[in-house]
Design a protein around this ligand. Sequence first.
Ligand code: TXA
Ligand code: MG
Length: 362
Amino acid sequence: MTRTKIWRLYEKADKEGALREAAQIIKNGGTVAFPTETVYGLGADGLSKEAVGRIFAAKGRPADNPLILHIADKQDLSGLVEKVPVQAEQLMEKFWPGPLTIIFKKQAHVSDAVTAALDTVAVRMPANEIARAFIRLCETPLAAPSANISGKPSPTEAAAVLADLNGKIEGLLDGGKTQLGLESTVVDCTGAVPALLRPGSITAEQLEELVAIKASGPLTGDKAPRAPGMKYHHYAPEAPLYVLDRGFPKDEIGVFCLDAMKKGLKVGCIADADTLDRLPEGTLSRGGWQDDKTPVLLAQNLYSWLRAFDEQRADLIIAQAVPATGLGAAIMNRLSKAAQEKTILTKEDLEKIFRTPAKDLC
Ligand code: TXA
Ligand code: MG
């Protein structure tokens, strides 16, 4: 057990001093969680195999899932990658700093511990000012996956980091709630045509305005999945989660919740404003977005809502699907992984599941 030191940056007059202390932990080979504009990352010296090993240990992360190296300035890229392809150059020009991770051919010295023995490395330059100031003070690229126990929803606030990693990491820079709420978009620029490996806040549509983008092939079942992390059970709350197809009638959702409550089950429901209005009192409800074309609110809060349902001991969670375009593509990607691909089309399907004993639902 390690004592996790917490710096609440918004209460501190001397932010720089706090960042320096935290950076010293990194220089000594330790792990510090820090905010980015997407989710909190768990940072360690990306050039030290031992330090990187501590990230995997704290998270319980499978060793074959590579990490992203975070840099503060574009010039820091040249010491990590073999070359910068022209499309990567264009993407960096437009979207760095920001929620875009780019995969490059790596230089030989970049450790297999970071890249899971791939000959490529993922690099990102975050927009969050705390993150960049911190990385600069660490004077090394920071390897940083999301700061959660492997498989759990990513943390979008310091309390979620602590819930998973208190006592397992040396430090936590608390910078408040993250702005975007979903992990970065990942684009592989090592082939002739860049491939979108993980959708995020920078949408496929935005990328395609600049460069041709190929949709990635199946991410699971391959011998070597292109974004290895995507093959794992991910982002999942304790309670089983079901995604309701867009055609699922809104009124039926309220009826379902009422039936479930009568049977003593706690149902967590994530839905738009219109649907929440129709839910019976007592339902654990979250959501309430108005414009279903740009569900920014859902992206920002999805992970904290899933975690909140766990804290409230929900027996099952239902979430309304959103159109899988723009930011919606990233939301649906995370939702369907959290639901282990369980999408419910009709009320009858939902009722069938609901009659199954809770222990068999997971
Ligand atoms: O927004 C984010 O990206 C956050 C913050 C902290 O920066 N980080 C994050 O890291 O989400 P992580 O480790 O949870 O997700 C990294 C993803 C995984 O799916 C991993 O398999 C993939 O990037 N990845 C990393 N290196 C790769 C590589 N060389 N080739 C293909 N995929 C790679
Ligand atoms: Mg993660």
